[in-house]
Structures are given as structure tokens and as C-alpha cells.
Ligand binder design. Sequence first.
Ligand code: UFG
Length: 345
Amino acid sequence: MKKDRILVTGGTGYIGSHTVVELQKAGYPVVIIDNLSNSNRDVLDGIERISGTRPDFVEADCTDIDALRKLFADYPGIKGIINFAASKAVGESVQKPLLYYRNNLNTLMNLLDLMGPNGVKGIVFSSSCTVYGEPDENPVTEKSPIKKATSPYGNTKQISEEIITDVINSGAPFKSVILRYFNPVGAHPSAEIGELPNGVPQNLVPYLTQAAMGIRNELSVFGNDYNTPDGSCIRDYINVVDLAKAHVLAVERMLDDASEEKIEIFNLGTGLGTSVLELIGAFERSTGVKVPHKIVGRREGDIEKVWADPTIANTVLGWKAESSLDETMRSAWAWQCKLRERGIM
Ligand code: UFG
């Protein structure tokens, strides 16, 4: 049976591109909208090389409601939306809060506005474990308290969750699945797509692979005096392809009306906490490549430790993180090597 068309906003980005591949593998026709502010057109070639299908692509900004209206007119029959389009650099959000509030919130509100009139059944929203702040207890469940956001970026995720909830509670004729990602890392095993940070990477794994490649002198480990077994911070690193697969299940759940609930929230993580030093060890062990690194002071605003209880995603969504950390590190390295081969990095 022919499947319904899915709109993926931010579909040429890191998590978006991996999700487009999985949607196409599951038989969904996809239209991407992306303003290419943090990605580029070549990603479409990578997606096509993996899946054999080139997704439809509209270069436009989701804060432009007229562009979105045109998209719905040009691509009829969109039944689901996955909203990745957002600015996501924590530090930059502190410097440019209005950019973050404008991009992230206007995008979401435009989409919510247009869903009803266009007969869209549901929206999957990319949220983050950042909503839990520094948790009182680990692992965190979906019922763990939401803590005051420590950056405008984090605040946009909290406010977005509230906007979705209010709109749906007002009787809007659609559903939503809110996915709270832990730390997405790695790349597609084909090394055709992966993360391509702009400038100096702010996140651990892209910095680590660039340091291993010699593009950066050494990785700075931000603090070894935390209250953790080796003193470095602990996160739940989730393979990006595993993460992408959860989106397909979320879309299916909304389109099949598999649940009575109009809003559902799922933590997407492995359930395992890994420290920064352990992650470096896993990378070195699995690739045989050394990571030059040094311990430096703490980074302001960092959470000491957070990892997921993914039980609800496991049991209700039927999703489980499958890749090992070693496999994921190998995929991150293969992607870095591919970037070098292509002369990009
Ligand atoms: N880290 C280093 N050195 C680096 C970069 C990071 O030691 O050069 C450490 C951090 O201190 C932290 C861990 O690696 O302990 C992970 O840091 P990331 O920056 O990769 O990710 P965060 O856990 O800080 O997550 C933040 C936000 C998320 C957001 C994510 C991606 O909390 O909501 O960045 O932007 F999704």
C-alpha cells in the first residue's frame, strides 16, 4: 500500500538526514524543507546514494509562513510532519537569544497553524533531555521534573513542548509525539551522511574526531572533578541511526491512530551513562586511533550527569537503541575519514 507523504523540516541537517533515509526505507515519500543555514545540498546526494530515492526538496525558511503555505499547495497529501528545523547551539543561544526564540518558536507555531487546514494528522517534535536540567536522580523518566532552562536554546525546547500541549488541549485536530533526545552521536554506517558542524565544533564527538584527525590540536576534557567515578561528566550517547528509526515508529503511531493519547512523550536514549573519558577510551579501542586530549576546567552550564530511562520508548513505541558505543564510534570515525577524503575537513 502506498504510504502517506511526510514533511521533514530541517531534513538536510544531522538528525533530519538520517531520519529521511529511514522514512524512505520504510516506504514513505518525503518532502524536505530546509533553509540550508547549517547544512548543504550535497546531503541530498548522500541520502539518494543510501536509499536509492531522492527526496523532494524545498529550500525555504520555516519562519516564512507563505513559503510553508506554498509547500502544502505544491505537495498535497502531507499527513505527518517531523520538525527538526531549529537552531541548536547552546552557547550561541546565549549570545543571540532572539534568533533562537524567533527561529525555533515561529517555525513550530507556523507548522501548528497550517496542520489543521491541510489535514495533517500529527507532528513529531525534536525535544531534548536538556528539559530535565541537572536531574535529582538518574536515570530520568518522562515524569522526572522539568528544571528551569539554563540557556535560551533549552528554553525554546521547554516552551515548544508547552505550545504543543496547549494547542492540542485546545482541541486541535491532530496528534503529537514529543521525542526527548539524549546525546545523538555517530553517523550512517555507509559514511554517506553524518554531522557536519560549522566552524569549531562545540559538541564532544565532532571535536574528538577532528582532534583524532589532526584538524584540532587536542580535545579539551571539560573537568575531571565532578562527582562521578572518573570525575568527568556523564551522558547517554545515542546512535543517530537508532534515533532516526524511532521517528519512523512515532510517525506510524500517529498515522495509524495506534494510541488514544493526543500527546505522547518519549525519552530516546540507551539507558547507559558514559563519561567523557570512557567515551574517549571507547573511540580509541574501537578505531585504534589515539585522541590527543587534556583535562581543562569545567565548561559553564554543563550538567554533571544525565542518562535516560528509555522503558516507555522500549515498551510503548517498540523501539530500542541497538548499536554498541564501539560501533557508533567507528561510524563517527568513518565519517570523519570520508570528509577528509572529499577534501571537506
Ligand atoms: N565536552 C568536552 N569537550 C568538548 C566538548 C564537550 O569535554 O570539547 C564534554 C561536555 O563537558 C559534556 C559532554 O562532553 O560533558 C557532552 O557535551 P556536548 O556539548 O556534546 O553535549 P551536551 O551534553 O552539553 O548537550 C548540549 C545540550 C543538548 C543539545 C546538545 C547539542 O544540553 O540539549 O548540546 O547541541 F542537544
